[in-house]
Design a protein around this ligand. Sequence first.
Ligand SMILES: O=C(O)CCC(=O)C(=O)O
Length: 280
Amino acid sequence: MSDAARQEQLLTQGFCHFPKILNQEILGELIRVTDRLLDAEPAEHHQKVRYQGSNISVAYQDPVFARLFTWPNTLEALASLGYPDPKWWSSFLLSKPPYGPPLYWHQDWWAWDHPCSADPHLLQAFLMYYLTDTTRENGCLRLIPGTHARRVDLHEKLPPAHSEETYEAPLDAPMFSLHPQEIDVPVKAGDLVVGDARLLHAAHANQTGQRRSLLTLWYFPAFKDLPEPIRAFVGRKKPLEPPDWWEGDAGKLMESLVPRYAGSAEPAQWNRVPGEHLKY
Ligand SMILES: O=C(O)CCC(=O)C(=O)O
């Protein structure tokens, strides 16, 4: 697929796919490190977030994460989409255990009161790396193309993403329903899926006996172009303080990926429920 076609797909459908971004070496390292993190997590964690499988913030636990956040092929992929100066915000390990349930429909944008929420351009992006090949059987990604910019009936039936209400919901709740416009996005391990934070997405249940792990990285593809209140909210977070072992090329590169804000604007309000800025 050409750069222009991917840019168009991202803008109109809210996602695009890059094959073979990670190599076997870093993939193997990521599987080893994430398996260790998952096995160390208490059973209560996995039970509470059972629809995600796990929700572990990753950054400093191992130097491999600095390599991943600054992975050259990924930065090239973002540049090919027109984003040569992205900023990294946070990253999570989401892993479905064998026979884990589906993940509910949700979107992850958090400043819906701000008028920029209606902007056609990408404000915040998820970068997803599945660490195994994914299929409908082991819980691949599902999404509803275009819902980053267009309201559908399902929006009215969804609680705020990853709230207590989502954790407690029964499997027959609307947020687990099949939607006529949904598509599956099966990928190979090491591929990259880039998506708009506003896009409605979910995942199938894992019906296999193998773990299905995913690393989701959050970036601001064009941080300097975001409205000041958004930058103020993001920049308010404690800046990265890389530990000593984040030295070397990846650690230094991380420094250039930190979103910073030095102005005095009032930070945007946190609101994960799309309101007037998302139209039918
Ligand atoms: O598990 C997946 O495939 C998607 C995960 C996700 O979107 C989330 O947990 O927010």
